[in-house]
Design a protein around this ligand. Structure first.
Ligand code: NAP
Length: 258
């Protein structure tokens, strides 16, 4: 039996789950790559490498030097650079790629969503009058809110925001999902939140705040999703595992010359 090497670009729950599913197959040797930004990443079921590759070129060189047979892009929907690099590196190295593209949340009837391209637009929508605002964003997206110090912010992140923002009224919460609708409702009520700013991450783990906002009639200012390369993809762990299985079967057929 020949062994096929699979590299999963991860940093998401789905990437971890997919690694676990694929690692069950004895003909696959699965590795997972993380950006290395989270101080204490959760345990992964397969060997992990960490840190950037040095662009598409670096990733292509890695695929070749490590003898990777299949690349799976299971990164966060907003991690557009690594997804673009993955598609380009797959081309350059001649290694097939499959992506896990988590579907976006859709606004339901009565939901008060404002779609924005970036944090600056979100700041504009918040307006001049003081509000209680919940920011569920990464450090890179938070800095523009320093231009709106009139608001009271609750800022939730996985890693500490260091150095803290220069905002006079900011409460930091460190937490890692999943977050239930009940707990999110409690958080929004306790802090008298009047607006949420977040990404359209999709999936169940962070949907609780969206459901809670809907129930409490709180507006959600949501970053639009970035464009991602058009590569063969599935919307769930099961779909991508299925596509990887097909790829494996056809690789075996090619080897047998059928
Ligand atoms: P990115 O902007 O697409 O990636 C920036 C660079 O980081 C890449 O060019 C690559 O460096 C390196 N990189 C990213 N993912 C990698 C991986 N799996 N393995 C190795 N290197 C990797 O992505 P990002 O900086 O991670 O995040 C961008 C956005 O996505 C942010 O908005 C962030 O908050 C969000 N995000 C959210 C979550 C989450 O909520 N769970 C997780 C991840 C990202 P080289 O070019 O040097 O290879």
């Amino acid at each position: 039996m020949s062994i096929h090497r699979v590299l999963i670009l991860g940093g998401t729950t789905e990437a971890r789950e997919l690694a676990g599913v694929l690692a069950e197959r004895s003909e696959l040797e699965v590795g997972l790559s993380l950006a290395g930004r989270t101080a204490a990443p959760v345990r992964q079921p397969v060997p992990v490498r960490s840190g950037g590759f040095g662009g598409a070129e670096g990733l292509a060189a890695y695929l070749t030097s490590e003898g990777i047979d299949l690349l799976i892009d299971a990164t966060h929907p907003y991690a557009a650079h690594i997804s673009a690099n993955a598609a380009a590196a797959s081309d350059r190295a001649g290694v097939p790629i499959i992506a896990l593209r988590r579907p976006a949340w859709q606004a339901g009837h009565g939901d008060r969503w404002h779609q924005v391209d970036d944090a600056r637009q979100a700041v504009d929508i918040l307006g001049a009058a003081r509000k209680h605002v919940f920011l569920a964003l990464g450090r890179q997206e938070l800095l523009p809110f320093e231009a709106a110090p009139q608001h009271a912010y609750v800022i939730r992140s996985v890693d500490p925001i260091e150095p803290g923002l220069s905002l006079p009224d900011a409460t930091y919460i460190l937490a890692r999902g999943p977050f239930s609708e009940a707990a999110e409702t409690e958080l929004l009520k306790k802090n008298a939140i009047e607006a949420i700013v977040c990404k359209n991450s999709g999936g169940a783990a962070t949907y609780g705040k969206i459901a809670a906002a809907s129930r409490l009639n709180i507006p959600v200012i949501m970053f639009r999703r970035p464009d991602l390369p058009d590569v063969p993809s599935g919307a769930s762990v099961a779909e991508v595992a299925g596509l990887a299985g097909h790829w494996l079967d056809s690789a075996a057929r090619r080897k047998r010359g059928v």
